[in-house]
Design a protein around this ligand. Structure first.
Ligand SMILES: Cc1cc2nc3c(=O)[nH]c(=O)nc-3n(C[C@H](O)[C@H](O)[C@H](O)COP(=O)(O)O)c2cc1C
Length: 334
């Protein structure tokens, strides 16, 4: 595996954890990085909010304990993007990524995220302003285009590189697709032909042995994993190991999965405080149970799972999670 160099920043390996709003908070990113993800990216952070020191934005951009910290910014105003980039780098970000792929109405309505796929001139101005504001490398994450009739990723990527972007990530879907259908890894290859900075392919990598196929189909230098890492913080590291050795590496034991889930859960509580944290962290318990069930080759007990997901206190949630996991372990051993 060749090292992934983003300007002067070198990632440990070419397997990245994707930015996911409401999911990839610093507690998650710390664990994924420790378990071997080559690079981890923050949740998208609204540039204006970060520049004006909004508490939630600062929490989303938190990078404490992460060696190479990447903050993803969203917005449509070059001045706010530039200021937010300065704030992020001032607080320790090694790389600033710009979101040009979010399909959410709230973000697109504000002309950020994937709305930029329909206004390449503005997209370029945002990149120039951001790259001009900080020494740290600036990268861009985009979709293939707005819809099947407007595949702009090759053109946007080429213009982004000229404007100063040091790496391009492409999710192989259009905005019109949201998350439907299959990501088109082959379509990402048209971007590779237009740029000389590293290209990262993204979309639907859910099994470790998908990674060589994704790299071959897209011609990309690296892969990025989103939903495949939910409840499986070890998955990017497992994919990196697979790319390195070519051998299949098993999922961690259920005991290790239990410890990681608890560490992650408590990390989220530490970040948001117990009351908000319990609501925020419960989805992770659900995902960890799904991963554990997959490892055990059994369904998780629905009642214990429901109890973990609806508990009002952290103690109740972790008790129910333990019960569900114990049940999986016993039945797997039986
Ligand atoms: C819950 C959720 C939140 C997401 N938030 C972001 C985000 O903040 N910024 C971004 O660029 N993409 C975001 N994405 C898109 C992912 O980064 C990724 O491009 C997409 O999920 C496809 O990759 P996957 O199939 O590996 O999940 C999000 C996706 C999900 C499912």
């Amino acid at each position: 595996m060749r090292p992934l160099a983003i300007g002067p920043v070198v990632a440990a390996n070419p397997v990245l954890l994707a930015p996911m709003s409401g999911v990839t908070d610093v507690a998650f990113r710390r664990i994924a990085a420790r378990l071997g993800a080559g690079l981890v990216v923050s949740e998208m952070v609204a540039s204006r909010e970060l520049a004006t020191a909004d508490d939630e934005a600062r929490l989303r951009a938190e990078g404490d304990g992460i060696e190479t910290h990447v903050v993803q910014l969203a917005g449509r105003d070059p001045a706010w993007m530039a200021e937010a980039a300065r704030v992020a780098v001032g607080a320790g970000a090694a790389v600033v990524d710009i979101n040009m792929g979010c399909p959410a109405k709230k973000v697109v309505g504000g002309h950020g995220g994937s709305a930029l796929l329909r206004d390449l001139d503005l997209a370029v101005r945002l990149i120039e302003a951001t790259a001009g504001a900080v020494e740290a490398p600036v990268t861009v994450k985009m979709r293939l285009g707005w819809d099947a009739d407007s595949i702009v990723a090759p053109e946007l990527a080429a213009r982004a590189e000229q404007a100063g972007a040091r790496m391009i990530t492409v999710h192989g879907r259009t905005r019109a697709q949201f998350y439907d259908g299959q990501a088109d890894w082959g379509a990402i290859a048209a971007v590779k032909a237009r740029i000389s900075v590293p290209l990262v392919a993204n979309g639907d990598l859910v099994r470790a042995d998908d990674a060589p196929a994704m790299l071959a189909a897209s011609g990309a230098d690296a892969v990025m994993i989103g939903r495949g890492a939910q409840g499986r913080a070890w998955f990017p590291g497992q994919v990196a190991a697979h790319l390195e050795t070519g051998a299949a590496s098993p999922a961690p034991s259920l005991e290790i999965q239990r410890a990681l889930a608890v560490e992650h859960y408590e990390g989220v509580l530490g970040l948001y405080g117990r009351e908000v944290g319990v609501r925020h962290a419960r989805k992770h318990l659900g995902w960890y149970l799904e991963a554990a069930a997959e490892t055990a080759g059994r369904q998780a007990d629905p009642a214990a799972k429901a109890a973990a997901l609806t508990a009002r206190t952290a103690e109740e949630a972790l008790d129910a999670f333990d019960r569900a996991l114990n049940d999986l372990q016993w039945r797997a051993a039986a």
